[in-house]
Ligand binder design. Structure first.
Ligand code: GH3
Ligand code: MG
Length: 291
């Protein structure tokens, strides 16, 4: 659990950090509101403990910014304040704070509020994981893949980096289901995703598009490199033996490759789809690059 601590007094920063550390959490410290925002946007955080009165940006201003941006809007925000009048507290909660702690700080209370915050963050993470993953294979689901891909496309455009996409479809999967049963087909899908994982980098994103169709997003990869990656994936799938019901079998997949250019993700996906169709037509268990 990453806990962002923002306070302009060194004593407060040190105290809060040491309590956070005793809980087994990781403190990340900022000296003012502007630095807190920088850290939040760059490295992320799970819980933030923000002093209300700070130079550059106040705690409330930081909260407003964090809530506005999709990347930081889910953090659990605790405002620390010397104010104890009810109006200030109402203003804090209505302004986006999830909780508040009154000064002077009492260690046991701070720790209890951090623990309560951690429970909410853990629940949120679990819900997000469920909403983002395909339950059978553990790959990202279609919606999650498309959302993250759109972010990556915008990012690559801004930073002038190359980005490619693969569309994969298992060959003759219907006959796997027909001869091995639906459970055999499911087993094949799981092993397929594992095999892809061995051939990809941790920064690549594998998504299940539907049925037995998958997509891979390859950051920092031009279409020529992407073809090489695709062939590594293809070979890994071909080399995988699937065990089911006392029997074993193998599958292959066809892959279409496209670079993602200025015309965006949808255009790249439809080019990759055409290339995938070409790979099927040319005999399957092949990689084709989009024209
Ligand atoms: P091709 O080589 O042209 O891709 O042929 P194919 O048989 O793979 O393609 P087709 O689209 O005809 O068949 C896809 C099959 O995938 C049909 C469907 O029953 C099966 N399928 C889709 N989702 C699942 C799933 O979650 N589990 C299992 N076991 N089968 C699935
Ligand atoms: Mg198929």
């Amino acid at each position: 659990m990453r806990v962002l601590i923002a306070d302009d007094t060194i004593v407060m920063r040190m105290m809060l950090s040491s309590w956070v550390e005793t809980m087994g959490f990781t403190p990340v410290v900022a000296q003012d509101g502007a630095e807190a925002l920088d850290i939040a946007f760059q490295g992320g955080f799970d819980i933030a403990v923000l002093d209300w009165e700070m130079p550059k940006l106040t705690g409330m201003e930081v909260i407003r910014e964090l809530k506005e941006h999709p990347r930081t809007s889910y953090g659990h925000l605790i405002l620390v304040t010397g104010r104890s009048d009810q109006n200030s507290l109402i203003q804090a909660l209505d302004g986006g704070a999830d909780d508040f702690i009154r000064k002077p700080l009492v260690p046991a209370e701070v720790v209890a509020r951090l623990r309560a915050g951690a429970r909410i963050v853990e629940l949120r993470n679990r819900i997000m994981r469920l909403a983002e993953t395909d339950p059978l294979t553990g790959a990202a689901n279609r919606r999650c893949f498309l959302e993250r891909a759109q972010t990556a496309v915008a990012d690559a455009g801004r930073r002038q980096r190359s980005l490619s996409v693969l569309l994969l479809d298992i060959d003759h999967f219907k006959s796997v289901n027909d001869t091995r049963g639906h459970a055999g087909g499911d087993e094949a899908l799981k092993r397929f995703v594992e095999a892809c994982g061995t051939a990809l980098r941790p920064t690549d994103l594998l998504g299940r598009f539907g049925g037995e169709e998958f997509a891979v997003l390859l950051p920092e990869t031009n279409p020529y490199l992407a073809v090489a990656v695709a062939d590594r994936v293809r070979a890994a799938i071909e080399a995988t033996t699937i065990h089911h019901d006392g029997d074993s079998f193998r599958i292959t997949a066809s892959i279409g490759v496209s670079g993602i250019g200025a015309d965006g993700l949808d255009a790249a996906l439809s080019r990759a789809d055409a290339a995938l169709y070409e790979a099927k037509r040319a005999g399957r268990n092949r990689v084709e690059m989009a024209r």
